[in-house]
Design a protein around this ligand. Structure first.
Ligand code: NAP
Length: 98
């Protein structure tokens, strides 16, 4: 399964989250890397986008980040039931989403 907007999209507030930042600090990695590692460990392929070439290695090098079950659960618990994308807003002519 592919993940879109996996670090929150434009201005993604997930990178400011205290839980994410605490984990990032403890592991000596960036908040984006911790979030991407969480996606990978869940089995989602994160399609992260950047316009800054210097961020490419940062966003790619996440597979070595170890997250314990407790750490995974602490990120899981950030679930707020928010829906960022609602396909019905793209077009009223998308029958799959009606
Ligand atoms: N088919 C669909 O329905 C659909 C919907 C949404 C998205 N997508 C796909 O998913 C891709 C990614 O989605 P997205 O662009 O919405 O969201 P995203 O990848 O979660 O976030 C992109 C934003 O994060 C910033 N960023 C990237 N790496 C970072 C890092 N290491 N640290 C801090 N900020 C970082 C980028 O800024 P900088 O550019 O300044 O680095 C940009 O503002 C898109 O390119 C698109 O192909 C598809």
């Amino acid at each position: 399964m592919e993940g879109y907007s996996t670090i929150g999209g434009e201005g993604g507030s997930v990178l400011d989250d205290p839980v994410i930042n605490k984990l990032a600090k403890a592991k000596g990695r960036s908040p984006a890397q911790v979030v991407l590692a969480w996606h990978v460990k869940r089995g989602t392929i994160p399609l992260v986008k950047t316009s800054r070439v210097e961020r490419l290695p940062e966003n790619i090098n996440v597979c070595d980040i170890k997250l314990s079950e407790k750490e995974m659960a602490s990120i899981d618990a950030l679930h707020r039931g928010l829906r960022i994308f609602n396909p019905i807003n793209w077009s009223s002519k998308l029958p799959y989403f009606q």
